[in-house]
Design a protein around this ligand. Structure first.
Ligand code: WTA
Length: 637
């Protein structure tokens, strides 16, 4: 694939940016023409942010997997599409070429159709980080089914909520998954989730860990058996479904400020065009580069920058099953050297956890293959940035600090590796097509430089979310109602004297814990389900490795006799209701919470106390009972 849209100089960036604002339709039209469409679009864009109603490449027809796979077959059939490093260091790795991936995806697409999957059906995928996960996703896209991938750290209850919300009748899972020293029982968790989901018709199970699992007749089938059935009748003419540009490609659930996760919906054409554009430009991808993204595919970073954007660019995606610190803290560096990775894309939380091991894990590692290194998911502190620059990039590799969200699908703010300048802690500049605006609480635009405000985007880009599944009004309320005619990101942001952007963190009730988004209301709801709990309030506090830790203030009907046991019990309940990723780090039992006369919890005060403030916590005069503040300050953990 050629990338005539790759920006190779600062001047070219400025030209592209200006054009993208002055003539956005022409700009995206020219980029979209570089892809494989079965039928060209009639119109580039129709939009309003009021409802919202956003459509890109109207009436264009395509199948994204033909862009990921078929179009590369002539030139890249023998090139690796996926290189996979297993969790265990003694297990053999796997390399899957474009030719092989194409045939495996076609086969599994056939399996899906044989099992009754039709265009538009929702399929839940709950698997570990193995190549079959990418095959499952691409096969869904091939037959036009909408995948909803659920991260392995979510509990049965969370899965069941998501299955019900999407009315997903099909599931693809594994017996278990390996992560570090653990063997995680995926199918068991699915079985628990299905107790409340009798509408699920079919569960396809891939054997990874050979853990014993229950298989229910008429519902559960083995991946290998189903593939064997179609292998005999493999039909090269097996046709990929023709999708409209605006047909949904996937749903990805994410936390918001209300208690219930939202199913963010992305559609086909715009997602493909924007995310590929962002990949090629931010990472300055060159044909033959090996791209190593350490995210889990269960998050948007993995969807876009392990799978779709990399394959649409004809790249080689290096996928790792395990943990960065297992069996030791040199594992990522071993992997980079073993595969000669050229791009490394990871999260500040991983960088901070590796920093704690010092420089010994780098001994004997060269890391010479690296060209560009990236971070994503949370603000990166300067210390971590410099450590990454010095020890991983060896001061040779530009660091791209990439800001985006599940809702944006692709990177919106970032320097372009080696092409536009970087600045520690700054996502720096918008990509072409992205028009950021800072606004104050009243919605008034804040102009000029050296200013802070809430970050909004003024104009649609092709991979903006289209709706939240089954509840369009929720999408409007969450993202398009705070400020007129703007998409509101939920992030606070500073624009420096050069016009560079620095994300300062969420301004809503969403916590970013180890780069995972967790709604405080979700955690509170889970804690409140614990027996004896009257009320709770959850806030974030600075955490050395995780960025933010979860701090819960809990009122019990009566103070627990053994606080340690009750704390552990509450953590157990949260793990059951949401999953291990939402476990509170600290729980403080309190008699009351600081509330205004209208009953609103003053989180500002709770955050101060959680940060360790024992003195002034700000104005408490509007509180119903200011005495509770002293009481909480005097409390212990
Ligand atoms: C945060 C992850 C600072 C931000 C891709 C955003 C960041 C939320 C950065 C989205 C960054 C992401 N610098 N903060 N480079 N990247 N964030 O949906 O608060 O899991 O709103 O998508 O992560 O999290 P999500």
């Amino acid at each position: 694939m050629d990338f005539p849209f790759q920006i190779r100089s600062y001047e070219a960036y400025e030209v592209a940016y200006k054009k993208s604002v002055a003539e956005p339709e022409q700009f995206w039209n020219d980029i979209a023409e570089q892809f494989l469409w079965r039928k060209k679009w009639d119109k580039v864009l129709e939009w309003n942010f009021k409802q919202p109603d956003i459509k890109w490449f109207l009436n264009g027809k395509l199948n994204i997997t033909e862009n990921c796979l078929d179009r590369h077959l002539a030139a890249l059939s023998d090139q690796p599409a996926i290189m996979w490093e297993p969790n265990g260091i003694t297990e053999a790795n796997r390399v899957i070429t474009y030719g092989e991936l194409h045939s495996k995806v076609r086969q599994f697409a056939h399996v899906l159709r044989n099992n009754g999957v039709k265009k538009g059906d929702r399929i839940c995928i709950y698997m570990g980080m193995i190549p079959e996960l990418t095959i499952a996703m691409l096969a869904c896209a091939r037959v036009g089914a909408i995948h909803s991938v659920i991260f392995g750290g979510f509990s049965a209850q969370s899965i069941s909520d998501r299955l019900q919300d999407a009315n997903a009748e099909f599931i693809i899972t594994c017996d278990g998954a390996y992560r570090g020293a653990k063997d995680i029982p995926l199918k068991d968790t699915i079985d628990d989730a299905l107790v409340n989901c009798p509408f699920v018709k079919c569960v396809i199970v891939y054997q990874r860990t050979n853990t014993p699992v229950s298989m229910i007749k008429g519902r559960d089938v083995w991946w290998s058996d189903e593939v064997a059935k179609v292998a005999a009748q493999d039909d090269p003419e097996f046709i990929a479904e023709e999708m409209d540009s605006e047909d949904p490609l996937f749903i990805l659930y994410t936390s918001g400020s209300t208690g219930k996760p939202k199913g963010v919906v992305h559609t086909t054409g715009g997602y493909m065009v924007y995310t590929t554009y962002s990949f090629v430009n931010v990472f300055q991808y060159k044909p033959g580069d090996i791209h190593f993204c350490t995210a889990d595919i269960g998050w948007i970073t993995g969807h876009t920058y392990i799978l779709y954007a990399v394959l649409c660019s004809g790249g080689t995606s290096l996928m790792y099953e395990g943990l960065p610190t297992w069996p030791d803290a040199g594992r990522l560096w071993d992997i980079v050297d073993k595969y000669k990775a050229n791009i490394l894309y990871t999260a500040p939380t991983a960088i901070r956890s590796l920093m704690a091991y010092g420089t010994a894990p780098f001994e004997g590692k060269s890391l010479d293959s690296l060209k560009v290194i990236g971070t994503v998911g949370e603000p990166i502190n300067e210390e971590a940035w410099h450590w990454y620059d010095e020890h991983v990039g060896k001061k040779r590799c530009p660091i791209v600090d990439t800001w985006f969200q599940t809702e944006t699908a692709g990177i919106l703010l970032s320097n372009l590796g080696g092409v536009t300048p970087s600045k520690p802690g700054y996502a720096t500049l918008p990509l072409p097509g992205i028009q950021p605006v800072l606004v104050d609480e009243q919605g008034k635009e804040i102009t000029g430089n050296d200013v802070s405000g809430n970050l909004c985007i003024r104009f649609p880009w092709p991979s903006i979310l289209r709706t939240t599944y089954g509840d369009h009004e929720r999408c409007r309320l969450n993202y398009f109602s705070s400020y007129d005619d703007m998409y509101f990101t939920g992030d606070g942001c500073y624009r420096d004297e050069h016009g560079f952007y620095r994300i300062t963190g969420r301004v809503d009730d969403v916590l970013n814990v180890s780069g995972h988004r967790i709604g405080t209301a979700e955690v509170e709801n889970a804690i409140n389900m614990h027996t004896g709990v009257l009320e709770s309030a959850v806030v974030g506090y600075p955490h050395d490795v995780k960025g933010l830790g979860i701090y819960a203030y809990v009122i019990m009907e009566k103070m627990p006799e053994d606080e340690a046991i009750t704390r552990a019990d509450i953590i157990q309940t949260v793990t059951r209701i949401i999953g291990p990723i939402a476990r509170p780090d600290k729980i403080q039992f309190v008699k009351g919470l600081p509330k205004t006369r209208s009953g609103k919890i003053m989180r500002r005060i709770l955050r101060k106390i959680a940060e360790g403030e024992t003195g002034n916590v700000g104005d408490t005069s509007t509180l119903l009972d200011p005495a509770v503040v002293e009481d909480i300050k005097g409390g212990k953990l």
